[in-house]
Ligand binder design. Structure first.
Ligand code: COA
Length: 172
């Protein structure tokens, strides 16, 4: 007699994903020990990378807050901002290419904003390249609104330059 193999149900899929699916990155506060890893992530994401020394100086600065996303011990994303007089500026956000498009930047940004609010920050600013669709969507979804524009701010070798948009988000 011929028996058909049972077709897995949605519930089986869910359990399978939970136990054998891709592991979720863990979000924690970054420290100076992450300087090398964050410099390497930054260098892979931006034309002008920041050196390990620059990261170390930032991460040792008491007015700087940074969060990292790690898979095992490997940092795969970060967000960093500087706080002054109740305002913060997000200096950089990046997610490793292989981890992009899975909501990791959103998780980092949400955690970071909650922590900034907890530290008494009322307003957050940042600059984003007008051409950076992913970053603009990230910030739009998080209720940042445009408060300024600097035309020709980002230059590209042999290409037309693009504008920097200044975005603002009020917390609390
Ligand atoms: C910008 C960046 C941090 C987003 O990281 P991510 O983890 O992929 O982002 P998420 O998965 O949380 O998605 C955030 C939004 O971006 C959108 N997005 C992600 N990748 C995208 C892509 N390649 N093209 C268009 N939109 C994209 C998502 O759809 C989402 O928008 P939605 O909620 O409206 O659907 C990442 O692309 C990156 O590291 N880029 C290089 C560094 C950089 O540009 N940093 C920002 C400087 S201001």
């Amino acid at each position: 007699m011929f028996f058909r193999k049972p077709v897995p149900t949605f519930r089986h899929h869910t359990l399978f994903a939970r136990f054998f699916g891709r592991p979720e990155p863990m979000l924690t506060e970054a420290s100076a020990r992450d300087a090398a890893a964050l410099a390497s992530l930054h260098g892979a994401s931006f034309r002008r990378g920041w050196s390990e020394d620059e990261f170390e100086r930032l991460l040792l600065d008491r007015s700087v807050l940074a969060h990292r996303a790690t898979l095992g011990h490997r940092p795969v994303g970060f967000i960093i901002s500087r706080i002054a007089a109740g305002e913060a500026e997000i200096l950089s956000v990046a997610v490793a290419r292989g981890q992009q498009g899975r909501g990791l930047a959103r998780r980092l940004l949400d955690l970071h904003l909650r922590r900034l609010a907890g530290l008494g920050v009322r307003t957050v600013f940042l600059e984003v390249d007008d051409d950076n669709v992913a970053a603009r969507r990230l910030y739009a979804r998080s209720a940042f609104r445009q408060v300024g524009r600097r035309d020709g701010y980002y230059s590209r070798p042999g290409n037309a330059s693009s504008a920097a948009l200044v975005l603002r988000r009020d917390l609390g």
